[in-house]
Every structure is written in structure tokens, then in C-alpha cells.
Write a protein that binds this ligand. Structure first.
Ligand SMILES: *[C@@H]1O[C@H](CO)[C@@H](O)[C@H](O)[C@H]1NC(C)=O
Ligand SMILES: *[C@@H]1O[C@H](CO)[C@@H](O)[C@H](O)[C@H]1NC(C)=O
Ligand SMILES: *[C@@H]1O[C@H](CO)[C@@H](O)[C@H](O)[C@H]1NC(C)=O
Ligand SMILES: *[C@@H]1O[C@H](CO)[C@@H](O)[C@H](O)[C@H]1NC(C)=O
Length: 506
């Protein structure tokens, strides 16, 4: 693995840390070193899972002496045999933070930004959004970004990942329908301020904010017309920002955009399959998640074509940011459970990474989804194989798999195609903690996933773009507990530890 970047959620400001490195010397691991991987399958550390989690106090005996991420030395995490230090990482490793436009910018009104599907969704379905929030103001990053950059300096970070709000620069979705100069100036100023502070900018083009104008015109990503509009948007960004920005990603977590947005109805545009969601208002979407994925992949390809024309010689790189959990069989002795862990990986990660590496969808999906799964032309397939300079990876945790029982084969949906029951804490792993959203905290899964990508996808350059822990504040923590943020610190450090091991051993 040549380069890796790790982005970690740090909480309050939704800031995240990016770590990146170029691994060179790779000594072979000793048995002892390998035993250091945290997780249920290593035999020695059943109790480690308990230490990491949202509601764990700092009074545990196991806690090592140095617990501040900001320390020059990262210090011990859980006793001397689990140490990782900053000097374990290469000198050019990037510790950074990250945000997405809609989550932080605010400035919906009076800034010339056009409406997006998420504006509509947050206002129309407040029950689907935590506390019924919208993003009209956010944390007002639009006017306060300089304060945040100061904080990045204080945290000694030197990378920052953000996304461009499509409608902030092109309010009606395309160049011919008008450019918002104020929006372009905002991103130019942000990029210049980052560079002046020696923080490398990394841009994601699409973090789920589909222009409302294009949604009205032809339905956004369900329609192939999106591909040429995305091409135009991407080209516009490369031309305006590509002279200073060297790291580009086309899409963020496109699988979530397809499934949560078009099958489960949980995220904008809130479309769902009646076989997934009780009282689904929009109906008929057994094909939509697959179409939306297909159009995202073709849009990625269009953007990469433009990038190769304009920005290649500047030393810029372009990739995509994919999320994947790690899946463990619910019963490791059941071959079905093992098979379904594998299926789950193919349906989440392989759905994108197989086309982007080999030019076609995963074989299991071709078989199950059959005629509902779109196909690439031969020409598209060939181009797809050369369309990634790096794989961006978001890792949060693990789930356990077993086959779904009693599925009705005429009820077609993404979830039924996959056919896996995805569970959280189960015996014999019930010592593991989950986040507020119910993701199983499982640092070892990161190592497994990196290895899986290395082995299955031709050893690509990998940037870990997100990692972190969600935690709902229901008002029961004391101020001291909340500011100490012990569980999150342990979470982040344990994943940094795994990163350090991954640099050396895989
Ligand atoms: C976007 O379209 C609307 C409605 O046609 C128009 O009023 C507005 O001026 C357009 N925005 C830009 C930046 O051209
Ligand atoms: C799996 O099988 C082995 C050998 O038969 C047994 O020792 C182990 O307890 C089993 N594990 C589970 C989770 O059932
Ligand atoms: C299977 O699903 C179809 C469509 O929802 C329904 O009409 C049918 O009754 C179901 N069959 C069974 C056995 O539940
Ligand atoms: C608050 O959250 C904690 C941790 O999830 C939980 O144990 C507690 O019951 C919650 N309290 C309330 C009032 O919801």
C-alpha cells in the first residue's frame, strides 16, 4: 500500500483528522506483533472491546499514561504492548480533518446558493432528521472558516477534506444556467487560506447534494442525463480550483446515496422500496438504487476524463471515496454465515470497486439482481479500469451476518437481493461496544478491510478519508465527561494504532 490517509471524526465541530503516509520499509511481523490487532478473533483481548466506547469512564486501570491525541507522542493506548507513537509514522504523513459542505456551511439564504434535494428533504421530512434539524445555518462555516483553520493549526493538522456544494457555484445545476461568483470566491478564499496555513486541501465533488433544478428537470441521478451535467460541474471545479488542489474525489459514499436515498428512504430524496419500508410513500424502487449507482459510476468516469485533460500534469490525483463496514459471520463455524459476510462486502464495497477495478459489477450481484442490474458497454468497461488514482475509504466499524430467512422472492429490493441479516452485538462478541447509531466498534476490521482491498483489488493506493464515532448527547453527561470525550479519544487512538500496524505489515 503506497499511501494511506486516515480521517477521523473529532466530534463537536464535525472535524476529522486525516493521516497519510508513504510506507516504505515493511519488516515482517512477529507473532507478537500480529497479536496486537484488536478484535474478537485474536484470542487475547476479549476485554479490549470494553475499553473503547461512548460511555466508558477514564478510571479504568488499563488506561495508559498518555491519552491526548494532540501530544507530540500519541503515547500508549492500552498499556505498553499497545503503543503507537507519532514517530512510527513516516514524516510526510498527513494528520487532517474533514467536513462536507451541507453539514457545515450554512449560508443557504442570501449567498446565491441554489436549492438542493437535501434542503427539500430536511424541510419536508423533519421526522427523518435527528431533532428535525435543517442545514440552513449549520455551524456557519461559510463565514467562520478562518476560525476553523486556526483550530486546525492548534490541532497540528496539515490536511483538510471538504466538499463543493454544487449549487453554491452553479445554482441551477449547469454552467449555461448561470454561475454564482460569490460561491466560487468562497472556495477560492478557503483554498488560499488553507494553503497559506500549510494545510493541504482535498476536495470531494459530490457529497449527496443534488441540485434541485436538475431533480425537477429529469429526476437527478435516476436519469442518465445527470452524467453530462456532472461532467460540466466537475470540469468547472477543475478549471477554477485545480491549479492549487491536488487531491480530488468524485463521489462520497455513493452506496449510501443509492441505498439510503432510493431503497430505504432514510436520506434525500427519501425514495423507498415498499418491500423495505412500511408505508413507503414513493413506491417502486427495486431498480432505482441500481440505476443511481450506475449513473454515479458513469458520472465518475466523465469527471475523470475531464480531469485527465486538464489537471494530470499538475501532479493531481483523482479517486472516489467508498464506505465499507467489516463483516464477520455471526457464527464463524457456519459456512452460510461466512458466505453472507462475503456477500455483504460485495454488495457494499464491490458494487463500486469491482467496476472501478475490473470494469464490471460483482458476479454475485449479476446473478441475484439479474436484469435489474445495468451493464457497462465494452468501451465503458475499458475506461473504468483506468479511472482510479486512489481508493478513498471510510471505515466506522463492523456488523455480523447470517442469511435472512423467509424472504419472499417476488418482493424485489436491494435488501432482499443481498438477503443477509445484518446484526450488531451478538454472542460470543457481546463484550463489544456500539456507537449511538449501533455500529459495532471494531478497530481490527480496519486492518481486515485494508488487507481485503489489497488482495482483491490489485493493491491500489488507499486513502482513509473518514473514521470516527457518532454519539448522541442526551444531556446525561457532565460537562467534564463531555469535554474529556474519553470514549472518542480511545476510539480514534485505537484506529491510529491499527493504521500504524497496517503501514508496517500489509
Ligand atoms: C436560476 O434559475 C432561476 C429561475 O430560472 C433564475 O431566476 C436565476 O437567476 C438562475 N440563477 C442564476 C445564477 O443564473
Ligand atoms: C466452532 O467450532 C469449534 C470446533 O468445533 C468450537 O470449539 C467453537 O466453540 C465453535 N465456535 C462457535 C462460535 O460456535
Ligand atoms: C409475496 O409477495 C407478493 C408481493 O408483495 C405478495 O403478493 C404475496 O402474497 C407474497 N407471498 C407470500 C407467500 O407471502
Ligand atoms: C442517555 O444515553 C445513555 C447512553 O446511551 C443511556 O444509558 C441513558 O439511558 C440515556 N438517558 C436518557 C434519559 O435517555
Amino acid at each position: 500500500m503506497a499511501t494511506t490517509t486516515l480521517t477521523l471524526f473529532l466530534g463537536v465541530l464535525a472535524l476529522t483528522s486525516i493521516l497519510s503516509f508513504n510506507a516504505e520499509a515493511r519488516p515482517q511481523p512477529s507473532d507478537e506483533d500480529l497479536g496486537i490487532v484488536i478484535g474478537p478473533n485474536t484470542g487475547l483481548d476479549d476485554d479490549l472491546g470494553i475499553v473503547i466506547g461512548p460511555h466508558v469512564s477514564e478510571d479504568l486501570d488499563m488506561v495508559g499514561p498518555h491519552t491526548n491525541l494532540e501530544d507530540e507522542e500519541l503515547g500508549t493506548i492500552i498499556g505498553p504492548e499497545f503503543e503507537i507513537h507519532k514517530h512510527d509514522f513516516p514524516k510526510d504523513f498527513i494528520f487532517g480533518t474533514a467536513v462536507s459542505a451541507f453539514q457545515v456551511e450554512g449560508a443557504k439564504k442570501g449567498s446565491g446558493r441554489g436549492l438542493t434535494r437535501w434542503d427539500e428533504f430536511t424541510h419536508m421530512f423533519p421526522d427523518k432528521v435527528e431533532r428535525g434539524d435543517d442545514a440552513d445555518i449549520g455551524v456557519d462555516f461559510y463565514t467562520r472558516y478562518k476560525d476553523d483553520i486556526k483550530l486546525m493549526k492548534e490541532l497540528k493538522t496539515n490536511g483538510f477534506r471538504f466538499s463543493i456544494s454544487w449549487t453554491r457555484v452553479l445554482p441551477n445545476g449547469s454552467v449555461r444556467k448561470g454561475v454564482n461568483k460569490e460561491g466560487v470566491k468562497f472556495y477560492n478564499d478557503l483554498i488560499d487560506e488553507l494553503i497559506a496555513n500549510e494545510i493541504q486541501p482535498s476536495i470531494t465533488l459530490f457529497h449527496w447534494e443534488s441540485p434541485f433544478a436538475l431533480e425537477m428537470e429529469y429526476g437527478g441521478f435516476v436519469d442518465e442525463r445527470i452524467v453530462e451535467d456532472f461532467r460540466e460541474f466537475a470540469k468547472f471545479c477543475f478549471e477554477n480550483f485545480g491549479d492549487r488542489v491536488k487531491n480530488w474525489a468524485t463521489f462520497n459514499e455513493p452506496s449510501v446515496y443509492s441505498v439510503a436515498g432510493y431503497s430505504k428512504g432514510k436520506k434525500a430524496p427519501g425514495r423507498c422500496s415498499p418491500f423495505e419500508v412500511l408505508n413507503c410513500p414513493s413506491g417502486d424502487s427495486s431498480e432505482e438504487p441500481y440505476k443511481v449507482t450506475h449513473n454515479q459510476i458513469l458520472s465518475h468516469l466523465a469527471a475523470v476524463e475531464e480531469f485527465r485533460k486538464c489537471c494530470q500534469e499538475n501532479g493531481g490525483k483523482i479517486g472516489i471515496v467508498l464506505v465499507s463496514h467489516w463483516y464477520e459471520p455471526k457464527d464463524p463455524n457456519s459456512s452460510k454465515d461466512v458466505e453472507y459476510a462475503r456477500r455483504a462486502l460485495e454488495y457494499q464495497l464491490g458494487w463500486f470497486l469491482r467496476p472501478l477495478t475490473y470494469g464490471h459489477y460483482p458476479a454475485v450481484m449479476q446473478k441475484d439482481v439479474n436484469i435489474r442490474l445495468p451493464e457497462f458497454t465494452e468501451e465503458e468497461s475499458e475506461k473504468l479500469k483506468k479511472s482510479l488514482d486512489f481508493v478513498g475509504l471510510n471505515y466506522y466499524g463492523a456488523f455480523f451476518t447470517t442469511p435472512l430467512t423467509n424472504t419472499n422472492s417476488s418482493e424485489l429490493s436491494y435488501t432482499n437481493d443481498l438477503g443477509a441479516k445484518i446484526s450488531r452485538n451478538i454472542y460470543p462478541f457481546s463484550f463489544l461496544c456500539t456507537t449511538s447509531m449501533g455500529i459495532v466498534i471494531y478497530p481490527a476490521g480496519l486492518m481486515n478491510l485494508l488487507r481485503h482491498i489489497q488482495d482483491e483489488y490489485k493493491n491500489p493506493e488507499i486513502y482513509i478519508m473518514e473514521n470516527g464515532m457518532d454519539e448522541i448527547d442526551n444531556g446525561t453527561k457532565t460537562l467534564a465527561e463531555a469535554t474529556n470525550d474519553y470514549g472518542r479519544k480511545e476510539f480514534i487512538k485505537s484506529h491510529i494504532l491499527i493504521m500504524g500496524k497496517a503501514i508496517r505489515y500489509i
